[in-house]
Design a protein around this ligand. Structure first.
Ligand code: SPD
Length: 427
């Protein structure tokens, strides 16, 4: 007969795979798997990814709990396996050792709640309210896994189900489709949220319609990036548009979205679309002068493959590839999350298009860090978008197309900038 209530194994896993040590999805799966393999009943799991790296989490089991904290930079995981009853926690230990690729390890096993030291009292559970009886044998399992898009100082976390529909390391980035609880499926590139099923329309309506209404009769449109397909879907709503050329560097993004985000990737078969999987920066170096009415740069953040989308040479090539009266719209980052990239991009556009020809449109995306995001414009011999007088036709279009963010008020209002933004944009 056991002489203690619980058994506690304190484990040091060392020389583990650092990528696994930083992968909240894999660690949650492995910790839950470790509990289940040892015959435990899993009740709840809570796992967080921390900035700049590291994962912490707990799996609550009917037999007590399994907990972990990792230091990827040391390939190290500190793990607690606390169990009561007949469960053999060494089975969990073996499972985790294998999953983490731990090349070395140590463990201390402690008896907890020594019966030699404890005295049983007459606490009687039958005197508790009847719901307590239900709670004694929970047959449900809830998960609490968080995806975090962050820099060193700020973060946005979305709870997701723990399910991963697509996870491919392409030559450019890690492409994932995960299922968030609040916003449906989401596309993540490396550890950054790109778009989600439930709020994608904020971004895709705002990157396309204000510029297209300003131009009025755009025929030839170039989209750089935009691999999820949302931007071309919106551009193609405009009957004046005769041709859209989309150049996306990463075919894995297109594949992922076609399969798992079909409502966003809805227009890849459209007859007016030419889809090119190639480097947009190179494409623009060779583009014909004066070819496009509108160039849309739907790139990701200025790290990894999108870094070159924030350079002077790239926007100079965009300027040259625009018609005499053309518009450039670029994903402009956030004045609150990454002020530097936001301001620098605008200064570049002011230099190329002229001081008064680089307006900024602000809009709100709940799933991007800080929520406040921007599109930045380069106007080539075009009047400021807020000066157009097309409210009636905009609102008729909005009603006909069932748009959910853009309307004539937003068209004008999104170009209003708070004072701190004006300050950032000053050169
Ligand atoms: N941090 C998010 C930056 C936005 C990047 N583009 C999103 C792609 C949507 N088509």
């Amino acid at each position: 007969m056991s002489t203690a209530l619980g058994n506690h194994i304190l484990v040091e896993f060392m020389n583990c795979d650092p990528h696994i040590m930083n992968d909240v999805v894999a660690i949650e799966r492995d910790m839950v798997g470790a509990a289940q393999k040892a015959g435990a009943t899993v009740i709840n799991s809570t796992f967080h990814h921390f900035s700049p790296y590291g994962v912490s989490g707990v799996v609550v089991i009917q037999e007590s709990h399994l907990a972990i904290h990792t230091w990827p930079e040391y390939g190290y995981a500190a793990v607690d396996l606390f169990t009561c009853g007949e469960m053999n926690a060494w089975i969990s230990f073996d499972h985790l050792k294998e999953c983490f690729g731990a090349k070395s390890y140590s463990a201390i096993e402690l008896k907890r709640g020594s019966l030699n030291l404890l005295q049983r009292n007459d606490f009687d559970i039958s005197t508790m309210r009847s719901r307590a009886a239900e709670w004694r044998n929970p047959d449900f399992y809830t998960r609490n896994v968080w995806f975090t898009d962050k820099d060193e100082d700020q973060a946005l976390s979305l709870r997701f189900t723990g399910e991963v529909f697509f996870d491919v390391q392409s030559p450019f980035q890690r492409v994932r489709i995960l299922e968030s609880n609040k916003y449906g499926k989401m596309l993540a590139l490396d550890d950054m949220v790109m778009t989600t099923e439930k709020d994608e329309f904020h971004y895709h309506e705002m990157i396309s319609h204000p510029a297209l209404f300003t131009l009025g009769n755009a025929k030839n449109v170039l989209v750089i990036g935009g691999g999820d397909g949302g931007t071309v879907r919106e551009v193609l709503r405009h009957p004046s548009v005769e041709k859209v050329t989309m150049v996306e560097i990463d075919g894995a993004v297109i594949d992922a979205c076609k399969e798992h985000l079909p409502a966003i990737a809805a227009s890849f078969d459209h007859p007016k679309l030419e889809l090119i999987v190639d480097d947009g920066i190179e494409f623009l170096k060779n583009a014909s002068a004066g070819a496009y009415d509108l160039i849309v740069v739907d790139g990701s953040d200025p790290v990894g493959p999108a870094e070159g989308l924030f350079s002077v040479s790239f926007y100079t090539n965009c300027y040259n590839a625009l018609k005499e009266n053309g518009i450039l719209v670029a994903q402009g980052e956030s004045p609150k999350f990454n002020e530097k990239a936001f301001a620098e991009l605008n200064h570049t556009l002011q230099d190329i298009f002229g001081k008064d020809n680089a307006p900024v449109s602000l809009f709100f995306v709940p799933t991007y860090p800080t929520g406040m995001w921007s599109f930045q414009y380069g106007l080539k011999n075009i009047a400021h978008p807020k000066s157009i007088d097309k409210a009636e036709s905009i609102d008729a279009f909005v009603a006909q197309e069932g748009l959910r963010y853009y309307n004539s008020d937003i068209h004008t209002g999104s170009f209003a900038t708070p004072n701190f933004v004006k300050q950032l944009l000053k050169k």
